[in-house]
Design a protein around this ligand. Structure first.
Ligand SMILES: NC(=O)c1ncn([C@@H]2O[C@H](COP(=O)(O)O)[C@@H](O)[C@H]2O)c1NC=O
Length: 508
């Protein structure tokens, strides 16, 4: 098996030419014969280096507007021939095919063209055929050929060649082949996703290039990695790396805050809001959100939809928190936070988030649409003799937004655009309610004139009875229980109002 191979002939065909010059200059200095396609050939010529047009090798011009230029046995024979097989060697000698032992390709920018909103015709033309074939051929024959399929590898190869007298080792070539198949499979996945938008085939395919190794997973004995581009979504202004649990909470926080347009602050623990308020100013929103449950707020993830000013930052800084997310910060506020080096301060960038979500379970994956349903007042049916007041309807809408982002079973109490208390993640609805009542009481909130929202229907009238006795004046629930009437009768008996939305908001 061949091990160290000295490069004699190279084929170079790259869409973006940046970063290429030092490598080709080195190759030319070493006496490597360079073959190249139109634009790349011109680029090499402009560097004042000798280069042979691929047309001179194949004896064919580039045809069909560049759709066919390297697709020729003289090129692919030169790449794919096995240097240790006498039959292959006899054939390449017979057909006068030069051995090509280095291939450098940068593919047509397909994903970028889709992202930039190119027309269908422009996108189709960006499906690289020759380049992807060169990559696959050279990677398959890594035993004898070096494949560079990403400009990220130019400097690594240059470094290796310089240190190793113009040669590469088998292990290095195999590593480049792995990178190359990563490039080609990612490229094809992007093409598939584009074609799969209409009448999608039910297959699960994801290819994410960026990865971040996390300190650990959910617990220190579990390993964890985040696949995705965090830097695109957030600018980190201060603090340590986000942990697995931070990321889970940040995701929940972002989904929750996006329900609100007025200045709003939310405090989350383990993906559930333990404080949330909408107020005319961000400072007031912070104070009222914190008042909901200042005990749970310790070590929480904080999010707001408005700029954090110095006055608000000064208040926030009195609390120990893990992560703060805002669309912008006054520079003085950032300076203040920087005094505590571990506090993660994220500035959220305007990036559209996926409308799908999936998770692994058993040996498979479940995917669903995100819960983007939001019920307005006109989607609420008053089912009791008494209708809620306008103020109560506003609070019911507010409570419904929180319920949607809280672990089931959940009950949420709201008064005047402030979360007063919630019961979260309970195995029975009545337990969620009891937890909410106890919490409201322990932080000094009266439930008089407050409203209650439930993520799913009431199977029995007990919740309505308990909540009415605690002082709430209006209830929102999806309805749909065969015993709905029992809860409605209880509301009528207690003189409170109830609306149904027809939309359940389970969150598991
Ligand atoms: N058609 C072919 O035979 C072919 N061979 C190489 N390419 C691509 O042509 C591009 C470089 O073209 P140029 O050197 O003319 O700028 C590279 O992105 C390469 O992946 C081709 N183009 C598309 O398929």
């Amino acid at each position: 098996m061949s091990q160290s191979i000295k490069i004699k002939n190279a084929l170079i065909s790259v869409y973006y030419k940046d970063g290429l010059a030092p490598l080709v200059q080195y190759l030319a200095q070493q006496g490597v014969t360079l073959f190249s396609t139109g634009g790349t050939e011109q680029f090499i010529k402009d560097l004042g280096l000798p280069v042979t047009a691929v047309e001179d090798l194949t004896g064919y011009p580039s045809i069909l507007g560049g759709r066919v230029k390297t697709l020729h046995p003289k090129v692919f024979g030169g790449i794919l021939n096995r240097r240790n097989l006498s039959d292959d060697q006899a054939q390449i000698a017979q057909y006068e095919i030069p051995e090509i032992d280095l291939v450098i390709v940068d593919l047509y920018p397909f994903e970028e063209t889709v992202k930039a909103g190119g027309t269908d015709a422009e996108i189709i033309e960006k499906i690289d055929i020759g380049g992807i074939s060169l990559i696959r051929a050279a990677a398959k024959n890594f035993n004898d050929v070096v494949i560079i399929a990403s400009k990220d590898s130019y400097s690594t190869l240059l470094d290796q060649l310089t240190r190793q007298d113009g040669t590469t080792t088998l292990a290095q070539r195999k590593a480049y082949a792995k990178e190359a198949f990563h490039t080609s499979s990612h490229y094809d996945t992007a093409i598939f996703e584009y074609f799969n938008e209409e009448e999608p085939l039910h297959v699960f395919k994801q290819s994410i290039k960026q990865a971040q190794t996390l300190r650990y997973g959910e617990n220190p004995h579990q390993q964890g990695t985040f696949y995705g581009n965090l830097e695109e979504m957030f600018t980190k202004l201060n603090g340590k790396e986000l942990s697995y649990n931070n990321l889970v909470d940040v995701d929940a926080a972002v989904s929750l805050i996006d329900e609100f347009t007025e200045p709003t602050f939310a405090i989350l623990k383990h993906t559930n809001a333990c404080g949330l308020a909408s107020r005319p100013t961000v400072l007031e929103a912070w104070k009222d959100a914190l008042a909901c449950d200042p005990v749970s707020a310790f070590g929480g993830v904080l999010i707001t939809n408005k700029e954090v000013d110095l006055a608000t930052a000064t208040e926030i800084n009195n609390l120990f928190f893990e992560v703060l997310i805002a669309p912008s910060y006054q520079p003085e506020a950032v300076e203040l936070f920087k005094a505590k080096k571990n506090r993660v301060i994220l500035q959220r960038n305007e990036v559209e988030l996926s409308k799908k979500q999936f998770k692994t379970l058993l040996n498979g994956v479940i995917e669903q649409d995100k819960d983007l349903s939001l019920e307005a007042a006109d989607q609420m049916t008053v089912v009791t003799e008494k209708a809620p007041s306008d103020a109560a309807i506003q609070d019911l809408i507010f409570a419904n937004k929180i319920v949607k982002h809280t672990k089931s079973n959940t009950i949420v109490f709201v008064k005047d655009n402030v979360l007063i208390a919630s019961g979260v993640g309970q195995t029975s609805r009545v337990d969620a309610l009891k937890q909410a009542i106890v919490k409201a009481d322990s932080f000094g909130f009266s439930l008089q004139e407050s409203v209650m929202a439930s993520d799913a229907f009431f199977p029995f009238p007990d919740c309505v009875e308990l909540a009415a006795d605690a002082g709430i004046v209006a209830v929102l629930q999806p309805g749909g229980s065969i015993k709905d009437q029992d809860s409605i009768d209880m509301a009528n008996q207690k003189g409170i109002s109830m609306v149904t939305t027809g939309v359940r908001h389970f969150k598991h």
